[in-house]
Design a binder for this molecule. Structure first.
Ligand code: M6P
Ligand code: ZN
Length: 192
C-alpha cells in the first residue's frame, strides 16, 4: 500500500452499552483461564475456574485505518471478582515511551490504575462522562468495580504497542478489592 495514500473520513458506530464497533477491523477476548498471573489469591483463582465455565473477563474491539497515526476501539469488561479482587485487564506500559492514550468511559463503573516508570501510583475514576488521560510512560490497568459491564472507548497511536513484561514481572503497587459493598485500594504485598 502507498503510505502517502489519501485516507478518507469515516463515522464508526459504537455502542456504549455493548462495546460493539461497526465496522471493526479486529477483536480479541480474554477469558479467566488466561489471566492467572495477575490475581493475588491463586487458590481462589483455581476454585473459580473449577466452578465457573471459564468466564469472559474482557473483549477488545478495534477500528484501525491503514497507515493512520490514530486508531481506536472499545474494551468491554465483565463484572466479577476472584478472591475479592475485581476483574481487571493485564496492564501494560506502551512499547513507545513517548505515546499516551485516552479512555472515555461509556457505561458501568471502574477504576483506572496507573503507575509511572519510577513507581508513583495514581487512580482515575471510570464512569460515563469521564475521559481519562493516560500520559506517556505510565502503565495502565482498568478494573471493573461495578456489577454491570464496564465499557470504554480508547484511542492512541497504533505504534504505541504493548509492553506487558514489566507489569507481569513486578505487578502493580496497588490492588483493587471488593470488601462487602465497599471498594478498597490496598498495597500489593507481592509487588517487586
Ligand atoms: C485498552 C487498550 C488496549 C488494551 C486493552 C486491554 O483497551 O489499552 O490497547 O489491549 O485495554 O488491556 P491489556 O492489553 O493490558 O490487557
Ligand atoms: Zn495502552
Amino acid at each position: 500500500m502507498n503510505e502517502d495514500a489519501l485516507l478518507f473520513p469515516a463515522g464508526i458506530e459504537i455502542s456504549g452499552l455493548t462495546g460493539a464497533v461497526a465496522p471493526f477491523t479486529g477483536q480479541y477476548e480474554k477469558r479467566l483461564s488466561e489471566l492467572r498471573e495477575i490475581y493475588a489469591d491463586k487458590s481462589a483463582f483455581d476454585d473459580a475456574l473449577k466452578t465457573q465455565n471459564d468466564p469472559l473477563v474482557y473483549r477488545v474491539v478495534e477500528y484501525r485505518p491503514p497507515n493512520s497515526d490514530i486508531f481506536f476501539g472499545t474494551t468491554t469488561m465483565s463484572p466479577g471478582h476472584v478472591g475479592g479482587e475485581f476483574y481487571m485487564t493485564r496492564g501494560h506500559f506502551h512499547a513507545r515511551r513517548d505515546m499516551g492514550e485516552i479512555y472515555y468511559t461509556q457505561s458501568g463503573s471502574g477504576i483506572l490504575l496507573l503507575e509511572s516508570r519510577d513507581g508513583q501510583s495514581r487512580t482515575v475514576e471510570m464512569k460515563p462522562g469521564i475521559c481519562a488521560f493516560i500520559p506517556p510512560d505510565w502503565a495502565h490497568r482498568s478494573i471493573n468495580i461495578g456489577d454491570e459491564p464496564l465499557v470504554f472507548v480508547w484511542a492512541c497511536n497504533p505504534e504505541a504497542g504493548h509492553d506487558y513484561a514489566e507489569i507481569l514481572k513486578r505487578g502493580m503497587r496497588k490492588r483493587i478489592m471488593k470488601d462487602g459493598d465497599a471498594i478498597r485500594i490496598i498495597d500489593n504485598a507481592a509487588y517487586l
